[in-house]
Write a new protein. Structure first.
Length: 86
């Protein structure tokens, strides 16, 4: 969890691996595992997703993991950050 963001926004990073064809990603590293929450090219959406992740992480790792496992897809679709058909 002690990694630094490459954008200045906690959890939002520039994706330097061009093979994934996305400019930004929101990523959390817990217990040696990487949780990619969002990837895309719109920094504003990335900022909003990163803010949500920061809010969840501030309450605890288990809160984030519960949201990631159970509610993330629905939250992304409801907020227009992910297409429901994909």
């Amino acid at each position: 969890m002690g990694r630094h963001s490459t954008t200045g926004i906690k959890y939002l990073n520039i994706d330097y691996q061009k093979k994934y064809k996305h400019t930004y990603n929101v990523r959390v590293v817990l217990f040696g595992k990487h949780f990619i929450v969002w990837s895309g090219d719109d920094i504003e959406i990335g900022r909003k997703v990163a803010e949500k992740v920061n809010e969840l992480m501030s309450t605890g790792h288990s809160t984030f993991i519960d949201w990631y496992d159970n509610n993330m897809e629905r939250w992304m679709i409801e907020n227009g950050y992910k297409d429901a058909n994909k």
